[in-house]
Design a protein around this ligand. Sequence first.
Ligand code: COI
Length: 382
Amino acid sequence: MAIQEHVPTQLESLAAQPIGSGDELAGRFPLTVNPNPASQAEYDAVMNDLTFGCQFTDHMAHMRWIKGEGWTDRGVIPYGPLDLTPGAAVLHYSQSVFEGIKAYRHDDGSIWTFRPTFNAARINHSARRLALPEMDREDFVASLVDYVRADSKWVPEGDGTSLYLRPFMFASEAFVGVHAAQVVDYYVIGSPSGPYFKSGLTGVPIWVVKGYHRAGPGGTGAAKAGGNYAASLMPQEVAAEKGFSQVCFLDTYEEKYLEELGGMNMFVVMADGTIRTPELSGVILEGGTRSAICRMLREQGTEVREEKIALDELVAGIRSGAVSEIFACGTAAVITPITRLANDDFDVELPVGEKTKAIHAELTGIQMGHHPDPYNWLYRLA
Ligand code: COI
C-alpha cells in the first residue's frame, strides 16, 4: 500500500527543525555539585528496585524567568526542596505546565533521548496557553543534556528501564491576585524508572467515565497543564476502587466519542488491519508517542485514521470481532495493551494482540538502540 499523505502538525514541523548536538549545547546550565549525594547504599536501593516516579537523583536543572529580564540563573544544582513562598501563584491558581521524556542507556553505555525537539515545541505550546513564558528550544534541550551529564550514573541499564525526565515550569511570583506570573521557575528532575504500569505488556483494565470530563473546547486540554491531570484524579480514584487502572474520558457535550485516558492517548486496532486513534480536536493532548506511532505505521503502509471514535460503535466492534486490539500510549506508559473496557452499561474484554506487541517492539527497539532509527528520532545526551 502507498505511504499515506499526512500533513505534519505544528508540533511535528517544529520538532523536525534541526538542533545543535548535545556536545554543542552542553554547558549552558553550569553544574554546582551536590555536596551530599545519595550514599552507595541509597543508590543501590533505588537502582536495584526500579519503580516509577518516586525516587529522584542527586541534581536538577533550573532557570528562572523574570518579566522584563527574560530567562536567567541557568544551572544544574543539588536536588532538594524548593524555597517557595506560600504566596506563590502556582499554589493558588495552578499556573504550571510540564513535560515527560526519557533518557535511555544503550548497550555501549551511551545515553540517548527520543525527539526532544517535540517536547521543546510542546512545552512552549503549553506555556502559551497557560500565560507562561516560552523558552529557547535549545535551552530546553541543553537543560536535559547538562542534567543527564551530571547524573548519568542514574540512567539504568536494561530493556523497559529509563531515567524518566520531568521538565516543569510554574508561577513562583508571590501574588494572590490573579494575573499572569511575572516570576516563573523551570526545573528538570529525573526518576530512575521501570514500567509505569506494573502489569507491563500484560494489559490494563480501563473504566470509561461518564459525568466527568478532563477538558472542554477552548480549555487547556491540548496543553500539558498540571490542572488537567488534577481534574482526572477524582474519577480515577472511583475507578481504582472498582479495580481499574485508568479512566477513559469522553467528549464533553455528547459523551459519545473517546478522547484520552487520564494521562495517555489511545489506539484501536481493527480486525481489517486499519488503525484508528481519536483526532486532535484541540481538547486532547498531542502525544509524542502518538505521533511516532502514526508515522511508523503509515510508513509501513498501514492505514491510520485520526477521527472521532464513538464508544457504542467501539463496544459493538469488540463484541463482533471487528475491533481486535486497543492500546494506550505515552512516554511513561510506552505502549500498554487495554484488556478490559467497562462502565455501568458494558464490560468487554480484549486480548493482548500481536499488533500491539509488534508496535511496542519496534518503538522500544528504536529507543533502546536495538533497531535502526530511520526517522532520526534519537538524540545523544551523553
Ligand atoms: C508521560 O507520559 O510522560 C506523562 O507525562 C503522563 C503521566 C501520566 C506520567
